[in-house]
Design a protein around this ligand. Structure first.
Ligand SMILES: [Zn+2]
Length: 92
């Protein structure tokens, strides 16, 4: 039986994951994995830049940034937009 995930709207087959938000909504395994990732922001006052960080078990990565102080809308919009690594300063 195919199920429809209420979060992404995709049909999926197999065992559903439980949403961590309410512990009873059945969601697809992909969204389950996504919810297991902790997202938080790190604000740098010096540059007036907010970095979007993702914590997966033992790995922390920067997945996006925007100028200004942290806010939910920008975090959602810019999350995942960053693919490049940061340079260790300029003109080394
Ligand atoms: Zn889903």
């Amino acid at each position: 039986m195919m199920r429809v995930c209420p979060i992404c709207g995709k049909e999926y087959d197999g065992y559903p994951a439980l949403s961590r938000k309410d512990n009873c909504t059945e969601i697809c395994p992909d969204c389950g994995t996504r919810e297991a990732v902790e997202v938080y922001t790190l604000y740098s006052q010096e540059g007036d830049i907010t970095f979007i960080m993702e914590d997966k078990k033992n790995t922390t990565s920067v997945v996006g940034f925007y100028y200004g102080e942290p806010n939910k809308e920008n975090t959602r919009e810019f999350r995942g937009k960053l693919t490049a690594e940061f340079d260790e300063g300029e003109g080394a």
